[in-house]
Design a protein around this ligand. Structure first.
Ligand code: HEC
Ligand code: HEC
Length: 377
């Protein structure tokens, strides 16, 4: 797999490194004081962006540094950030399951279920809309929710910060990453976001195929063709997936688009509409990434489908045609092409198998075993 190393964050890193240097000199503790030693400037993290992926935008006020990413990783797996001391971000976002938990609905520290399922965190640095309904636009602001939310880690962040300040290992790590050993909410959220931005997955068999045109079976290639073809009149067969789960990230998070994919005709969870209160947004959700999808069952915001076969049955045969705001691309033009196309996609058993076979090529085994993302403790 070809990688290019982005130079994007470097200017920002150098600038902030300089700024930190200056700051530490000017307040540099007088001799004999208890001030920690003058920190050395953090070093730029070399982000490897897979070929063909968009250029990521890293916030200018939170450049990726080796020290910040290492700290964020440790915090991601830190159970002191939960009220009970029993869970961390990594309890629900498990690397072996592409940072999901295998549950239909996430369960927090008090054993109470979240109304929605855990999402994969991969390639989140490209997301402009985070969570199922796009309630957050940055990783820095998103992280506060699971830390404090009653059905997740359930602890005020200031309490967590107090705990970390008292654990001997942490002040020096904050000093190395941010030039101060005084832990704050803001720095903790920044470090978590830095680690999350490094969770890049782009080494699946599909990625190799896109560069070499080699390595996929006939069925997998047929599945890719269906994935990337519109439901269309005539003899062309299409499954429409690419329309919402857009290549190369196989999601709509980075385009900030929400859709109703026809699961229901009345909505228990209004999704995007719950936030905007607009009638046109009722029942719309982000189209999450399909990378590593074979590892992240069960599926949909409420975990209603146990297998990819059930997902294909939904799109092919059970899209609710009378659902308000149904995306028109999921309804084949009735009559034009009937049979084989009705108002439903009406895939054959073979076509469903081919799409499922293709989805499995999106598994990135390098990513789920990458030691840089594992629990460091
Ligand atoms: C109890 C399980 C649980 C824990 C613990 C948890 N999460 Fe999550 N995470 C979820 C759920 C559920 C969602 C979807 C939330 C929604 O849509 O309302 C989610 C979504 C996310 C997303 C959005 C991903 C995307 O693609 O849009 C990010 C980022 C995230 N979590 C980061 C974190 C971080 C950082 C922590 C630790 C501070 C954490 N999570 C702790 C369950 C959990
Ligand atoms: C009109 C846009 C659209 C099209 C076309 C579409 N999807 Fe989706 N997809 C979505 C949305 C939106 C969701 C999230 C829905 C929810 O949870 O309520 C989703 C969810 C999924 C999920 C569950 C993801 C997870 O993390 O739980 C899978 C798997 C999936 N789609 C596969 C496919 C496949 C395969 C195709 C083609 C046959 C396809 N999608 C076509 C919009 C679309």
């Amino acid at each position: 797999m070809a990688f290019r190393t982005t130079t994007l964050s470097y200017a920002g890193v150098l600038l902030s490194a300089l700024a930190l240097g200056i700051a530490s000199c000017s307040k540099g503790g007088g001799s004999g004081s208890n001030e920690p030693p003058t920190p050395t400037a953090p070093t730029a993290y070399a982000l490897a962006v897979p070929a063909g992926f968009p250029t990521p935008v890293i916030p200018a006020d939170n450049p990726l540094t080796n020290e910040g990413v290492a700290l964020g990783r440790r915090l991601f797996y830190e159970k002191a950030l939960s009220s009970t001391g029993t869970m961390s971000c990594g309890s629900c976002h498990q690397q072996s399951k592409a940072f999901t938990d295998g549950l239909p609905l996430a369960v927090g520290v008090d054993g109470v279920a979240n109304p929605r399922g855990t999402m994969s965190l991969i390639n989140a640095l490209w997301s402009t809309q985070l969570t199922w309904d796009g309630a957050f636009t940055t990783l820095e602001t998103q992280a506060l929710k699971p830390l404090e939310n009653a059905v997740e880690l359930h602890q005020p962040l200031t309490v967590g910060v107090g705990k970390l300040q008292a654990i001997a290992a942490y002040p020096p790590l904050f000093l190395a990453a941010f030039g101060t050993s005084t832990i704050t909410n803001e720095l903790l959220l920044k470090a978590l976001a830095q680690f999350e931005r490094t969770l890049i997955s782009g080494s699946s068999r599909y990625d190799t195929y896109m560069v070499t045109r080699l390595g996929l079976t006939t069925d997998e290639v047929a599945g890719l063709k269906l994935y990337t073809t519109h439901i269309a009149p005539g003899s062309v067969r299409g499954a429409e997936c690419f329309h919402c789960h857009t290549q190369p990230l196989m999601s709509s998070n980075y385009e900030g688009k929400f859709f109703n994919n026809g699961l229901d005709h009345t909505f228990t969870d209004p999704g995007r509409g719950g936030l905007t209160k607009l009638a046109v947004d009722q029942g719309k959700f982000i189209a999450p990434t399909l990378r590593n999808i074979a590892l992240t069952a069960p599926y949909m915001h409420d975990g209603r489908f146990k297998t990819l076969e059930e997902v294909l049955d939904h799109y092919s045969d059970h899209v609710q045609m009378n659902s308000p705001n149904l995306d028109p691309n999921l309804a084949a033009p009735a009559g034009i092409n009937d049979p084989p196309f009705g108002t439903h996609m009406d895939l054959t058993a073979t076509e469903k198998k081919q799409v499922v076979a293709f989805l499995k090529t999106l598994t990135d085994s390098t990513f789920i075993t990458d030691k840089r993302f594992a629990n460091p403790n």
